[in-house]
Design a binder for this molecule. Structure first.
Ligand code: ACO
Length: 321
């Protein structure tokens, strides 16, 4: 049986941290006290004007390939999870592939599952590798959410940031990704969306992120609690055997509620939301890379990653490092 193991991780956050007080100084009608109490967010990063998701992705990808001890030419599958692609087409994944100098490579495509996109990408890559069709995948989450924020809507613009994270997932005889679970319920699409489009050379509809915060909160806590249990059940391992939970980094209160539902103490939960805000599809791989580089997550440990995002989409993966 062919397994898929994580061989390397990388991430990239553009520029200097932008604090809550910096947002106030830029004219957002908010306060550090409101944002930290409601969300746990203290800072986030924003890409400079004109910088694209593929540019952030490329830096994270190079770092992941280096940490795996591989070269770009070893990669035969590139998956980029993003809701803020460079273009309508071509895909961000093909731009990353070109940036890495891969010519006549394997498959490259984007996945659109918003904040759960990286989990979807990992599940897809695991299946490609387990089937024997591909041997080494680069799975990336990359976002420039600052491009779709309405700076006059204080209930959303304080929550998000830009960034990219990546992993190299490769074929192995030893187990790595042991279980995945993916879900969607499109009936909830209107509680979190960017309901605009481009047609006839114009923006049609609303090009900014819109959210019913309380509805999202309720949905996220239940979905994340359920799906983490689902992957431990599929893998046939006790919840207590999980060394680290790496949840989507949307809001510290959502993360704490999820940990409580799983009976996991917070010292087993990776949190970066305080420093990075919500970077959507990038949040899980960035948090994973931070924990690996900080020496928290290491070989021999069991990790659950899980996400929930617009659509709604949600999912998890149980991974032995
Ligand atoms: N600064 C100051 N005041 C604010 C701000 C702000 N940035 N934003 C809203 N307010 C005010 C509102 O105007 C309102 O004032 P009012 O009572 O005078 O009308 C008051 O704060 C309360 O507003 P609510 O929306 O009820 O605040 P709530 O306690 O629900 O917190 C929040 C809002 C933080 C967005 C919360 O609902 C939440 O965390 N939801 C989850 C959303 C999330 O994490 N989304 C991320 C994307 S989804 C994902 O990644 C899964």
């Amino acid at each position: 049986m062919i397994h898929a193991r994580i061989a390397g991780t990388g991430s990239y956050l553009p520029g200097e941290p932008v604090t809550n007080d910096d947002l106030v100084a830029r004219g957002v009608d908010t306060s550090d006290e409101w944002i930290t109490t409601r969300t746990g967010i203290r800072a986030r990063h924003f890409a400079e004007s004109g910088v694209t998701a593929s540019e952030l992705a490329l830096v994270a990808a190079r770092r992941a390939i280096e940490s795996a001890g591989r070269e770009a030419g070893d990669i035969d599958l590139v998956i980029v999870a993003t809701s803020t692609p460079d273009y309508i087409f071509p895909s961000t994944a093909t731009l990353v592939q070109a940036g890495l100098g891969i010519r006549n490579g394997g498959a490259a495509f984007d996945v659109q599952a918003v904040c759960c996109g990286f989990v979807y990408g990992m599940a897809i890559a695991e299946k490609f590798i387990a089937s024997g069709s591909h041997r080494r995948a680069l799975v990336i989450g990359a976002e420039v959410f600052s491009r779709i924020l309405d700076w006059t809507d204080r209930s959303t613009c304080v929550l998000f940031g830009d960034g990219a994270g990546a992993v190299v997932l490769e074929a192995s005889s030893a187990p790595g990704v042991r279980a995945t679970a993916l879900h969607a319920d499109g009936s909830n699409h209107s509680i979190l969306c960017v309901p605009g489009n481009v047609a006839d050379g114009k923006v049609i509809g609303d090009p900014f992120l819109r959210m019913d915060g309380q509805a999202v909160f309720k949905f996220a806590v239940k979905a994340l609690g359920d799906v983490a249990r689902e992957v431990t059940d599929i893998a046939g391992v006790p919840h207590e055997s999980v060394d680290w939970l790496v949840p989507h980094q949307a809001n510290i209160r959502i993360i704490q509620s999820t940990a409580r539902r799983l009976g996991l103490p917070m010292d087993k939960v990776v949190t970066t939301v305080d420093r990075h805000g919500n970077t959507s599809a990038a949040s899980i791989p960035v948090a994973l890379d931070c924990a690996v580089r900080a020496g928290q997550i290491h070989a021999g440990q069991r990790v659950v990653i899980e996400g929930v995002g617009g659509g709604f989409t949600w999912g998890a993966a149980l991974i032995d490092f």
